[in-house]
Design a protein around this ligand. Structure first.
Ligand code: DI6
Ligand code: FE
Length: 406
């Protein structure tokens, strides 16, 4: 036998390939797929398994559902400290923006993160990561943005990448230098943006630590002109962009993101109709983050019906962060996206698989189960794929494979 061609055949009663087509969820029943060297080399009805694959070792999942492994495409999972005290303050009536303006919020996490070593950041993040992986996640995006100086931003990105040495997970890193104005630049936002585009971004890009560049466009963060300078610097370095847009107010974030062909625009509670149209034209993913909406007790939902009608692809993520979304369950984010934002369960699963991959620019490799993609998949003890979004606080994961390995 040609050893190069060796691999494993997996079978299951149901495989949600998430390949768009006629069947909801791209569902195949009594399915088989063959994996060689971590890649899917054949997939179809078990009855049609080609002769040359019949002799490969088999792993039979029986009466289960196999899906593409989940992708959490927006997290701030690497950070120091926590903000439980702020949680209590908000319950007493203080707003997220008021706490931020008073120097709490993101800046209190910056203080804790600046004091942490790479190892300390990894150790703090691993239990949160494990909670995600235990539900079937195999790829996560991790943002910097709690350092706001060169060395701490670097430590955050290094810690994010190190997680992939401790666990079987693919990590994509986003540089979020334009997250908040650090105390040493108070009153000098433009000078801070100079520092970000001239000193921090080029150095960390040079270290190979950045897969995409993010920003926070908001009245409590940076304005459009400042974000544009960061985006231009990213484009000059050949890096794709994404944006925290229109979360707490309409800042024209959707249009700005689309103008730079952003991979995604995220949050979008206040996205306006021109933003919807611009994102549709640019193919920018709408990244919905119901955990932040829920935590901040927002009342205005993203314009899901308009996004759907315009054909804007919608992703769903945890936004795992210590302030506005201390959430480490992507299945719960899917449930919230359905119940709070009115996504269908099929849209929610696409939003954490195929569309999440697109939001990270890695849809050529992961996000669906088909020939030529990585064998990253999750095995769940559920009948109907809608159960993944339907249950609250229940984990049906049976097994998780990354690159064909359990
Ligand atoms: N929007 C968010 O959801 C996070 N950052 C941002 O710009 C929240 C960050 C935090 O509150 O720590
Ligand atoms: Fe965020």
């Amino acid at each position: 036998m040609d050893m190069d061609e060796d691999g494993t055949v997996f079978t299951a009663a149901r495989v949600a390939t998430m390949v768009p087509g006629n069947a909801p969820y791209g569902l195949l029943e009594d399915a088989a797929f063959a994996v060689s060297d971590g890649w899917i080399v054949w997939l179809g009805p078990e009855a049609a398994l080609p002769a040359h694959l019949q002799s490969w070792p088999r792993t039979e999942f029986g009466d289960t559902l196999v899906t593409p492994a989940l992708i959490d495409a927006h997290t701030h999972i690497v950070h120091g400290g926590n903000r439980a005290r702020e949680f209590a303050l908000r319950l007493e009536g203080a707003s997220y923006a008021a706490i931020a303006r008073a120097g709490g919020g993101i800046l209190s996490t910056v203080e804790a993160t600046r004091q942490a070593s790479v190892d300390g950041l990894v150790a703090a993040a691993l239990p949160r990561l494990d909670a995600l992986l235990d539900e079937g996640v195999a790829t996560i995006e991790v943002k910097s943005g709690y350092g706001l100086d060169l060395e701490t931003e670097r430590r955050m990105l290094v810690a994010a990448r190190h997680m992939a040495e401790h666990r079987a997970v693919r990590v994509r890193t986003s540089f979020l230098g334009a997250h908040a104005l650090p105390p040493e630049f108070q009153g000098e936002a433009d000078r801070y943006i100079d520092f970000v585009v001239k000193d921090v971004l080029p150095a960390l890009a040079d270290d190979g630590l950045i897969d995409a560049v993010d920003g926070f466009l908001e009245t409590i963060a940076f304005d459009a002109a400042q974000i544009e300078r960061v985006f231009q610097a990213a484009v000059d370095l050949g890096l794709p962009v994404k944006l925290h847009a229109d979360q707490l107010s309409d800042g024209g974030g959707g249009v700005l993101a689309a103008r730079f062909n952003a991979l995604s625009a995220d949050h979008l509670e206040y996205l306006n109709p021109s933003g919807v149209a611009a994102m549709a034209a640019a193919g920018t993913v709408a990244m919905l983050l119901p955990g932040a909406y829920y935590t901040l007790r927002e009342t205005r939902t993203p314009p899901v019906a308009a996004l759907r009608a315009a054909g804007v692809p919608m992703a769903v993520a945890t936004d795992c962060n210590p302030g506005s979304s201390p959430l480490t369950s992507l299945l719960l984010a899917m449930n919230m996206a359905c119940t709070l934002f009115r996504l269908t369960p099929e849209e929610a699963l696409a939003g954490t698989t195929r569309i999440a991959a697109k939001a990270l620019g890695i849809d050529g490799e992961v996000g669906t189960l088909e020939v030529g993609k990585r064998a990253d998949f999750a095995v769940y003890a559920v009948e109907d794929p809608a159960e993944l979004s339907y249950r609250i606080g229940f984990n049906p994961l049976v097994d998780r494979f990354v690159g064909g390995l359990a």
